[in-house]
Design a protein around this ligand. Structure first.
Ligand code: PAF
Length: 286
């Protein structure tokens, strides 16, 4: 695997990978890799001839009260993991390369960025959309893979790719990969490291509560009633508070008050101990 930190070298390396009509799948990350990221790399390998991964801790997606400096950075260990999974190239640009002096462009995807996590983290999804658009233009992949764990992020990136007529990758080749869960049902996340053993056991109650709410909604329960019970169940499981528990359109993230079998997503953010955990699951046709 080549680790590259100059854009010109990246372009040459990707061009070389594409010789003979070979395809490239891209897995963007901020590093601190866990099994969820490695699952993306494995899926990427199954879809394309070569995998390019990136590690870039993107300052533009951190708010003023979010500790950018404390974000874990372990490039050597992450590079070893990516190499073991068969990635061909690791793109690891510096902040100055990504946002050189005078950089002035922001991508803002309205609507879908403004609800759920976007309401609590103003500017966060602009930072994500901006860096992902730049990464797509730098790598120019045939496919890009994102975890469904960050469903809102995936919906925003798809909206952006559609709105900006991106072709590398085309929106149809932006692939969502199913959330990887522990046997308890807890979704894998770098934030799980902040949980004590007891909180980890309690946190498993979140996915169980979500499954109960989904089966109630799919069986015809009223959405406000099912969400009310879900809130209560999450607190009963041991969470301190629920930031949101919403049923939303899977693509636009518009709130759904009445479920009529449309493609929907149950999205939750809740706090336990020092962690704010997010999770989401499909409702209705998958
Ligand atoms: O999901 C992430 O790790 C980041 O938001 C991403 C997509 C790599 C953009 O910085």
């Amino acid at each position: 695997m080549q680790t590259i930190n100059r854009l010109e070298d990246l372009r040459n390396a990707v061009d070389a990978l594409k010789i003979g009509g070979k395809t490239v799948a891209f897995v963007p990350t901020m590093g601190a890799l866990h099994e969820g990221h490695l699952t993306l790399v494995r899926e990427a390998r199954a879809r394309a001839s070569h995998v390019v991964a990136s590690i870039f801790v993107n300052p533009r997606q951190f708010g003023p009260n979010e500790d950018l400096d404390a974000y874990p950075r372990r490039l050597a260990a992450d590079a070893a993991l990516l190499e073991a999974e068969g990635a061909a190239v690791l793109w690891a640009p510096t902040v100055d390369q990504m946002y050189p002096h005078g950089y002035a462009t922001n991508i803002s995807v309205s609507g879908v960025s403004e609800v759920a996590c976007g309401a609590a983290r103003p500017g966060h999804f602009d930072g994500v959309a901006t860096v992902v658009c730049k990464l797509f233009n730098q790598v120019r992949p045939d496919f890009a893979l994102f975890g469904e764990k960050d469903w809102q992020q995936l919906a925003i990136i798809r909206r952006m790719a559609r709105d900006l007529d991106l072709t590398q990758p085309h929106v149809s080749n932006i692939i969502g990969v199913e959330t990887v869960r522990e046997a308890s049902g807890l979704a894998l996340s770098s934030r799980n490291q902040y949980l004590t053993e007891r909180e980890r056991e309690q946190a498993a109650g979140l996915s169980a509560a979500m499954r109960r709410a989904i089966s109630a909604i799919e069986s015809g329960a009223s959405v406000p009633q099912a969400l009310g019970s879900l809130n209560a169940d999450i607190i009963a499981a041991g969470f301190a508070s629920v930031d949101y528990a919403d049923l939303r359109d899977a693509a636009t993230l518009e709130a759904i008050e009445t479920f009529t079998g449309q493609s929907a997503r149950l999205l939750v953010a809740a706090r336990i101990g020092a962690a704010r955990l997010i999770d989401n699951m499909g409702v209705g046709p998958k």
